[in-house]
Design a binder for this molecule. Structure first.
Ligand code: PDD
Length: 279
């Protein structure tokens, strides 16, 4: 396994960053996770566009030109002989003596790692996953894909301890914002596909955007709006989306069965269509 750190390709176990990196001290950085399917990056352009946006929102300079980043990514796929894998890209504001204010001449840190993965086993797709709900205790700029992930770390652990795969976070109005590391979807009791609209309250998932595009192409109607936990519990179907899970059926929320307790047809169809769209 080869990692990339600031201009160097190094064996994964030997890769390191400075102890005064602002990513380490302040979580002052952003990231992307891109899945490699059959040697090709899924939704690469979407992820790089969102990375650019996250950097801009935090005034973190590009460590290399976007064009160079693309070349490094291609080289990482090649050097790791990545077929089915996950690529992790992290950019922080770099190493500097600890001071909350931005360093005057920041040298951002770019780290890229690659990990082989097996995709969701068919058994999981057949059974669907369990989700538990929890208060959304995050900050108000969830649209930025920041490495500041403590609420999600706590949430995922809580979900894990409850025997669930994902946590759905709920805002003060009782509306689901999103999963700890995924977007949340339901098919309402009336058969309408619903996922929350992009805003500062959620991360606008790249997989989410692609699934909406696929739905549009297939003439599947949808609504982008918040939904409550009660509406989700009464839904016919539910699923999550992310770069690592694609569309993954949810069959239990807070221990309650969704629909007939089996993955629903629309979620299945969208997953298949999304996989086809990857080519
Ligand atoms: N997480 N919402 C949150 C809070 C996320 O962390 C993610 C992705 C998503 C889905 O976005 P996308 O479809 O672009 O992956 C939504 C990644 C996979 C992670 O942190 O591992």
């Amino acid at each position: 396994r080869i990692a990339y750190v600031n201009g160097r390709y190094v064996p994964h176990g030997q890769a390191s960053v400075h102890i005064e990196d602002r990513g380490f001290q302040f979580a002052d950085g952003v990231y992307e996770v891109v899945t490699i399917v059959a040697g090709r990056l899924a939704d690469e352009q979407g992820h790089l566009t969102r990375l650019a946006r996250s950097l801009k929102e935090l005034s973190i300079p590009w460590p290399v030109k976007p064009r160079t980043l693309r070349m490094i990514i291609t080289e990482m796929v090649r050097r790791n002989r990545a077929v089915n894998a996950q690529l992790y890209i992290q950019i922080t504001r770099g190493a500097a003596p600890r001071d909350f204010r931005f360093p005057v001449n920041p040298a951002p840190t770019l780290v890229i790692t690659c990990r082989r993965t097996a995709f969701q086993p068919p058994a999981l797709l057949d059974k669907g996953i369990a989700v538990v709900t929890m208060p959304d205790i995050r900050w108000q700029r969830r649209d930025i894909k920041s490495v500041s992930l403590l609420p999600q770390v706590m949430g995922k652990q809580k979900a894990h301890e409850a025997g669930a795969f994902e946590g759905w976070m709920v805002d003060d109005e009782g509306q689901v914002t999103e999963g700890c590391s995924s977007n949340a979807w339901i098919v309402t009791a009336d058969g309408v596909l619903v996922t929350r609209q992009p805003s500062n309250a959620i991360l606008n998932g790249i997989t989410r955007l692609s699934i909406l595009e696929v739905a549009r192409e297939q003439g599947i109607g949808f609504q982008e709006r918040p939904f409550t936990v009660a509406e989700a519990l009464a839904a016919r179907e539910a699923f999550i989306s992310s770069a690592t899970t694609f569309a993954l059926p949810v069959t239990r929320i807070d221990g309650q069965m969704i629909g007939d307790g089996r993955p629903g047809p629309l979620g299945r169809r969208l997953r298949r269509a999304y996989m086809d769209h990857l080519g």
